[in-house]
Design a protein around this ligand. Structure first.
Ligand code: PMP
Length: 300
């Protein structure tokens, strides 16, 4: 463990020019009453990092399970007693200056940033469908969280903000709804929730999986993973975005058309409250989603 100032890479590192790397974003949630910090779904995030590395053919130097322990140690070493963001990053650190995945020194870093509390826009977000599309699996697979993949979402986000919207919804190359720039999308039609399938060029979010579990528990009915057409964004009764940073955010408008009656969806708001309470273990459900950093049950 080194101070952040000493954790440096060369300007010649292959990862910088070629985007050859993969990363995760994990949140830790502080519970003042318990005086405890909880990592949310750390094992699932590291399992995805391992899958991303496997897709790229990069080697993860430490098994995924050990990384949860290392992350808890890092948070303790920094005496983090607030909500925090954890950024594991596996990159081609070597300076070979040529494009290939094999035989280049790869390094894993894990960095911790204390963050302010909750992020939510209670009024909901106004989205536009971006003119920038998701890369198909045959170009850069979105099943892997690849550093180089984020120029597309960055262009989409800038386009959306330039046009006065809050967020962009991106389509697949053949025009099906995929996801927002760094969050997954769910739509409700009557009592049925739908979300694009993993085969429609999305990153399969950890929060997306949690939302599917919570929706099924709340409604007794599983959310349906199916292809979604653009025009369905204009006819759904409720829409939400979900991700590690966003948690669960209501979508109130798409391309200038109101979603439902234009107010944040009631089930969306409830999902957000529930997920936050589970993350801080203020709600007893799904303790398997959280890992305490300081006290009882701390990984050795
Ligand atoms: N899609 C993309 C492109 C993302 O970057 C993220 C954030 N990791 C998500 C979806 C949401 O995934 P998660 O719930 O695992 O944070």
């Amino acid at each position: 463990m080194v101070p952040q100032d000493e954790a440096r890479v060369s300007v010649h590192a292959n990862a910088l020019a070629y985007g050859a790397g993969t990363f995760e974003g994990i949140r830790a949630w502080w519970n003042a009453e318990h005086e405890e910090l909880y990592l949310l779904e750390a094992a699932a995030h590291y399992a995805r990092l391992e899958r991303s590395a496997r897709i790229l053919g990069l080697r993860l130097p430490v098994p995924a399970a050990a990384l949860v322990r290392l992350t808890a140690q890092l948070l303790r070493r920094n005496d983090v007693r607030s909500d925090a963001y954890v950024r594991p990053l596996l990159i081609q650190h070597g300076e070979v200056l040529t494009v290939r995945m094999h035989d280049i020194d790869t390094r894993l870093s894990i960095a911790v940033t204390p963050t302010p509390g909750d992020y939510i826009d209670p009024d909901g977000v106004r989205c536009m469908v971006s003119s920038w599309r998701r890369t198909p699996d045959s170009c850069t697979p979105n099943r892997a969280k690849v550093t180089g993949s984020y120029s597309g979402p960055s262009l989409a986000k800038t386009e959306a903000l330039d046009h006065g919207f809050d967020e962009a919804i991106m389509l697949t190359v053949d025009g099906h709804v995929a996801e927002a720039t760094t969050s997954n999308l769910f739509l409700r039609f009557g009592d049925e929730w739908v979300t694009p399938p993993g085969t429609d060029d999305i990153l399969e979010g950890i929060t997306r999986a949690q939302v599917m579990v919570l929706l099924e528990e709340a409604t007794g009915k599983a959310a349906v993973q199916r292809r979604i057409q653009r025009s369905e964004l204009y006819t759904c009764d409720e829409a939400l975005l979900c991700g590690t940073a966003a948690i669960v955010v209501p979508v109130v408008e798409v391309d200038g058309r109101r979603v439902g009656d234009g107010a944040p969806g009631a089930s969306t708001l409830l999902l957000g409250t529930t997920l936050r309470a589970i993350a801080r273990r203020q709600d007893a459900r799904h303790p398997e989603w959280t890992t305490p950093v300081y006290g009882e049950g701390v990984p050795a």
